[in-house]
Ligand binder design. Sequence first.
Ligand code: TRP
Length: 341
Amino acid sequence: MTEITAPAKKKIIFSGIQPSGILTLGNYIGALRNWVKLQDDPEYDCIYCVVDLHALTVRQNPAELRRRCVETLALFIACGLDPEKNIMYCQSHVSGHSELGWLLGCFTYMGELQRMTQFKDKSAKHADNINAGLFTYPVLMAADILLYGTDLVPIGADQKQHLEIARDIALRFNNIYGDVFTVPEAYMGKAGARIMSITDPTRKMSKSDEPNSYIAILDKPEDIRRKLKRAVTDSDGIIRYDRENKPGVSNLLDILAAITGEDTDALVARFEGKGYGVLKDEVAEAVIAELAPVQERYYKILADKPFLEKVMQQNAERAGKMAFKMMSKVHKKLGLAPYKL
Ligand code: TRP
């Protein structure tokens, strides 16, 4: 007798992205490019959420926030993320995020939130606006993740503590009510290069630093050339891969390797006897060529408002259906009185 096995359930990957409107070459090489590959992997279903509610923990200009949410989605699509193969939407369009956030807040301890290093950092930075949302930020993030039965969350080191608290909340809830939430894990993926700042190559490239320290996906060719010409290197003048002692040169080699697919050893051999200027020029031209089609698609998509509106609407509906199922289950488990919409 042949055994009948149920088709394996696809793993759910969820990530939240701040609607800053700026994504860097680091985001592109370290995250977005890999996400594009995942969309054709039958093992995963991927959900990418523009976290506009989280953005409200610091004061926002309404017109700008609205514009940047749309721009962030357009940039995802321009980078190659297919809005039919992935679910890409705005957090505020799915009410389950806020609702589950409240419910999970009742299963989160003050002490846990007080320990969060991001809360401490952000309250120091925004001392005039230490609001309760900043404090409960990790609860909303836990809700984002748990709402979809997420298995895997691609995150950087700075978000590890937040994922940890999401796991704790899920376990605590499950201990009381049974198997409701999937306990999420960090998704490491294939170790891509970590792209560093070009003005301080000991730090990660970040859009919150000054603009000369990063290359934005939407930077113009002349800006990319200018920024890379000024990229910090060192004074020994030899092109060699050594992250520790030559972080600037190594970062340039990593960028070039990530774009061309060559390995850094081969690059070092090819650049033997050449100066940093030659390397910088080649990196600049490679980056420009890589980003040109992304930029071209971006401006085309951004001009097509009906398309973008349709993508936002349809994806919010897809996410909303999944969220609704989870919310019904959670309501039932908690003993909230049943109600038919
Ligand atoms: N806190 C994350 C950041 O600042 C953004 C975020 C919100 C997120 N919700 C999430 C990331 C859920 C992963 C999963 O980068």
